[in-house]
Design a protein around this ligand. Structure first.
Ligand code: SF4
Length: 360
């Protein structure tokens, strides 16, 4: 097996070349300029599935409303979900709050600097623990994310499968050997920054402007674009759903999802399994006891989760009385109080919402 190993020359030169480049070109980011532990933690959680530019306004709004770990620990669920609306993967913000409560209860409101203790907090894995410990506290530990896996695979011309846990452990060991004691946070951020700005994914590294070109084995062998190697994921499961936009007076029907599983505990538009016709929807509503004034089809929509794809057919139905099994909310309450997952974004205009903002 091809081991991920940095040569002696790479070990000596990589930190020097990388930090020189970082000092000259690094992006100014709010959490970078004031790397308080809470800010670094929040930014890392937000950045897990979202691009830097998209995170910036969310980060500012979140801290405006919840400026401290204590405020986060005490926030209502509605406030939390509203602040996260549009970022998706809501378990992230739920874990953030669970962890904040542990920090208040066990650490007097201050995040610990020890990565092993950080890793015990809900929602914090080895990468995030390394990032917080090194960036906020200067602890010389690695923080290996997808960007770093790609850069190191290319620099070493490694053909190890980066989806394998063993590969990540190897890279963490290699980086531990070279991480500068006095600039651990900058070094980790520089590696991530190189992956985000120069050593790009999808076979498109910008080697000609890369500070590591002279020590990069992938570049020397002409194989950088083929790396890293990643075993294909299992195909996502496809679920057909029929989404019901039930309208009565000036309100729409909502229901809450189960406490466990996909979008746990979130509000959602009611839906039926499978792809139903207009007549089937009308028949189902009548079976529930609804007086149906009209049913019209709205455009189909798709939403992709990590392991599942929802293929949605939608119907807008006008009812004369609200069905008691649902919760009913007007556009204003939907806008202000109830965070609907972005899986339903295609239907926001029909609900009087536009990109999460009220449009009428
Ligand atoms: Fe990545 Fe190319 Fe730089 Fe190597 S030389 S680290 S492949 S951008």
């Amino acid at each position: 097996m091809n081991q991920t190993l940095l040569s002696q020359e790479q070990q000596e030169l990589l930190p020097v070349l990388l930090l020189e480049w970082y000092d000259q070109t690094r992006r100014i980011l709010p959490w970078r300029e004031d790397p308080q532990p809470y800010y670094v933690w929040l930014s890392e959680i937000m950045l897990q599935q979202t691009r830097v530019e998209a995170v910036k306004p969310y980060f500012a709004r979140f801290l405006e409303t919840l400026p401290t770990i204590q405020a986060l620990a005490e926030a209502s669920e509605e406030t939390l979900l509203k602040l996260w609306e549009g970022l998706g993967y809501y378990s992230r913000v739920r874990n953030l709050q669970k962890a904040a409560r542990v920090v208040m209860g066990e650490y007097g409101g201050e995040l610990p600097s020890n990565p092993l203790l950080l890793e015990k907090l809900p929602g914090i894995g080895s990468y995030t623990a390394g990032a917080i410990a090194s960036i906020a506290f200067g602890v010389p530990v690695p923080a290996v994310d997808g960007n770093v896996l790609r850069v190191i695979s290319r620099v070493t011309a490694s053909r190890e499968d980066i989806a394998a846990p063993k590969c990540k452990r190897n890279m963490e060991q290699e980086i531990t050997k070279i991480i500068p004691e006095n600039r651990a946070g900058d070094f980790n951020q520089a590696l991530m920054e190189l992956g985000a700005m120069v050593c790009l994914g999808n076979g498109e590294p910008k080697c000609l402007c890369c500070p590591l070109q002279r020590i990069c084995e992938g570049y020397r062998q002409g194989v950088a674009g083929e790396l890293p190697v990643k075993a294909p994921k299992k195909p996502r499961k496809i679920e057909e759903r029929t989404v019901l936009l039930l309208h009565c007076g000036d309100t729409f029907a909502l229901r809450q999802r189960p406490k466990k599983g996909l979008l746990a505990g979130m509000w959602e538009l009611p839906s039926l399994d499978g792809k139903r016709s207009r007549e089937e929807v009308k028949g189902w509503l009548q079976e529930q006891g609804a007086q149906v004034l009209s049913v019209r089809e709205v455009p189909v929509a798709t939403h992709i989760f990590t392991h599942v794809e929802w293929h949605m057919t939608g119907f807008f139905s006008e009812l004369s009385e609200p069905l008691p099994e649902f919760f009913w909310a007007d556009s204003n309450a939907l806008e202000q109080q109830y965070a609907l997952p972005s899986a339903f974004k295609a239907y926001f205009p029909e609900l009087g919402l536009k990109k999460g903002k009220r449009s009428r």
